[in-house]
Unconditional design. Structure first.
Length: 447
């Protein structure tokens, strides 16, 4: 009596071949599976393929031994040849499926070809100059401004008098300005604009700047000296070493609040304040040239593309706002997908922050696109991506924290930029890595 397993070897071999092909499908088209299964499917699919092939090998070995014992040598060689052709056809079908699935090359080989700009462990400080309209750190050059009178504001005054609704829309929708329009004490809190003059062997100071909107009947900003463009610059009050904080009246419902913190040298402070006023005024030039909604949208979004040779990560810690950060990544992956910015503690290798956002891309590799962190992160992903304690930072603040703890305790982190292609969400490649020395954000301390 023949054993059923041995008597029908062809059926079993075909079953093994078909099972192996079915196991290839999750590898070639991972999106056919539910999202929760995609990460574990490759392991099970590989095991299924290997088990099918090993079972077929075992069957052909047993059946060949049985036929050789019965001195059926020619039939044994024919059976081995047919078995080889059967698996060769299976491999050919797999190649055809893989061709139409357009499977990307191995992630490690791609990462080796796209070598990061900075793979060293060199530690940088978070003082990079950001280019986007969300940047809270703005450099100024005070030397060219006269210190005795308050700078004129032709653009701000024009918009306040002719297009107050447009100016209000700009202030209220700009991540740079919108958080502190009703706060006289903005300079003690995170996520506000600071303008910094160049340093020459010391720290002369910074100018804290914010727009203040007053409704009808509301009290003028408390603790500020109200001035108008062209007025004499107010002197330092007796008994005070610091020049007074200014509330610049723009002729309508908006005031520009300016607070100098730094050296008590009045001329240095006044030049910096005037430089800050002129810088804010120049920002509004596009709206004056074209006072329209389209112009406002362009002003708020800034220039997204730039000509550059290499991708880069930029990190900035606004002055006096210790432990809060802004970042930009300039990159063009060349295809649709998701960018992931991962921040690792270099001592423990623990993941401290993970930000994911859609990638801007084009076929022109000489063009890079600016992605703002946190601005480019979709709103519905911000809570899970940030990991912030509720109330730690103002809602929709253009800054993030890296770790909460005791302020001024520095530690090293590595920022890794990864790309996940849309057509192959189970693969990713490292684009760039850059290391920084940062500090924790102390939520119990007033900024």
């Amino acid at each position: 009596m023949k054993l059923p397993l041995i008597s029908r070897p062809r059926v079993w071999h075909w079953i093994c071949c078909l099972t192996a092909l079915l196991g290839c499908l999750p590898l070639l088209w991972p999106r056919m599976l539910p999202r929760g299964w995609r990460d574990i499917a490759p392991d099970y699919a590989g095991s299924l393929i290997m088990a099918s092939f090993l079972l077929s090998c075992t069957l052909i070995f047993i059946s060949s031994i049985v036929m050789l014992l019965h001195l059926r040598n020619l039939r044994t060689f024919v059976q081995l040849f047919v078995w080889f052709l059967r698996w060769l056809c299976t491999a050919a079908v797999f190649c055809v499926l893989a061709y139409f699935a357009n499977v990307p090359r191995d992630v490690e080989s791609v990462a080796a070809e796209v070598s990061p700009v900075d793979t060293s462990e060199d530690i940088h400080f978070p003082i990079d100059s950001l280019t986007g309209p969300e940047s809270l750190v703005i450099p100024i050059v005070p030397e060219q401004y006269e210190p005795s009178t308050v700078s004129f504001t032709p653009n701000l005054s024009f918009l306040e008098n002719k297009y107050p609704v447009l100016l209000r829309a700009y202030v209220d929708t700009s991540p740079r300005w919108s958080l502190h329009t009703e706060d006289d004490n903005f300079s003690t809190k995170p996520a506000h604009v600071v303008m910094i003059p160049p340093t020459t062997g010391g720290t002369p100071g910074v100018v804290h700047v914010a727009f203040r909107h007053l409704v009808s009947g509301e009290q003028l900003p408390v603790g500020y000296t109200v001035v108008k463009p062209g007025d004499p610059m107010p002197g330092t009050p007796e008994g005070s070493e610091q020049v007074p904080d200014l509330a610049l009246d723009l002729g309508g419902s908006h005031y520009l609040l300016l607070a100098w913190r730094g050296t008590s040298h009045a001329e240095t402070a006044h030049r910096a304040i005037n430089a800050a006023i002129a810088t804010v005024d120049s920002m509004l030039q596009p709206l004056v040239d074209d006072p329209s909604e389209d112009s406002l949208k362009r002003l708020l979004s800034g220039t997204k593309s730039m000509d550059a040779d290499q991708p880069q990560i930029l990190l900035s810690e606004p002055a006096t706002q210790y432990g809060t950060y802004q970042a930009e990544v300039h990159v063009n992956p060349g295809e649709a997908g998701t960018l992931i910015l991962r921040i690792l503690d270099m001592e423990t290798n623990a993941s401290l922050r993970l930000f994911s956002f859609p990638a801007l891309f084009s076929d022109d590799k000489s063009v890079l696109f600016r992605h703002d962190i946190p601005g480019s992160i979709p709103t519905h992903l911000r809570d899970s991506s940030f990991g912030h304690v509720p109330g730690l930072l103002p809602e929709n603040a253009p800054v993030f924290t890296i770790k909460n703890g005791v302020a001024h305790q520095a530690f090293a982190v590595a920022l890794e930029l990864w790309f996940v292609p849309a057509k192959s969400p189970n693969t990713r490649r490292l684009i760039l890595r850059r290391c920084y020395r940062v500090q924790a954000f102390e939520s119990s301390r007033e900024q």
